[in-house]
Ligand binder design. Sequence first.
Ligand code: PBG
Ligand code: ZN
Length: 322
Amino acid sequence: MLIRPRRLRKSPILRELVAETRLSKDMFIYPYFVVPGKNVIKGIEAMPGVSHFSVDTLIKDVEKSLKIGINKVLLFGVGEEKTDDASSSYDKHSVVANAVRELKKEFSDELYVVTDVCTCAYTTHGHCGIVQHGYVQNDQTVDVLARMALAHAEAGADMVSPSDMMDGRILGIREKLDKNNLENTAIMSYSIKFASAYYGPFREAADSAPGKGDRKAYQMDFRNPREAMRESNLDEQEGADILMVKPALAYLDVIKGLRESTNLPVACYNVSGEYSMVKAAGAKGWIDEQKVIMENMYAFNRAGASIIITYHAREIMEKGWI
Ligand code: PBG
Ligand code: ZN
């Protein structure tokens, strides 16, 4: 036999030498849930290890994150006043805008702050937009999203990340930011976001489940990989800086397809349900949790994502798995 692939698997040093995929701390973005009030740290039941923080406790926790190598965070606002027009979402003093201001004051450029831009935690009905006649109104919603993105950017957000799936929202946000001299605020688009049951634990965490119906009239049908490419091409043309696939684990083919069809950075969002399943099976002792987590992280990178948004980031870095 001339060719023996096992020759290159013989020792740990050799396996490291020929590894085709490598992870680095720089690739990770860690999500945080921010709530109104003071001195709040409240665990989220279905997401062990993840909590709600008020701005004051958030600052302290982010300080810990920075020490272990997490320097990029994605903020979600929870617990604001809910109205039909989602007006609390673009308030200059929303909990997210306040958190951004305080984080930037405290950590300046040591910390890169991304904000989620969507109305579902701010509407009475829990849909990702303005509802009229039983339908999420696209263009009206884009106006609200642009105002929300502007409020976050004016507070100092480095990057805004719309997660709603309205048509034309990247252009709407880009124009709004540019008109306000915020041309350097980046946009990471949740460009391929599927209508997925994997968001279950998040909706509990963000109190953002739709009261009636589902999100299928705006989020994508998971049977449609070609439509997924169409969505992200549009976002690229509208000025998105980074494209994202969400969820991640069940959509590795889509990550790969996107990697091959764009020259923009590709991100993936390892969502709440994916996280909870691993944590639950790990707690039961049914899987080796550390090994499964890291196998998943390599899978995201191997598929083509160079940016990984994951609730596991904190543990991975705290325990020195990277
Ligand atoms: C809100 C939003 C969701 C997630 C991120 N932004 C939920 C949804 O669309 O229902 C999911 C995140 C997760 O599950 O971890 N638009
Ligand atoms: Zn939403």
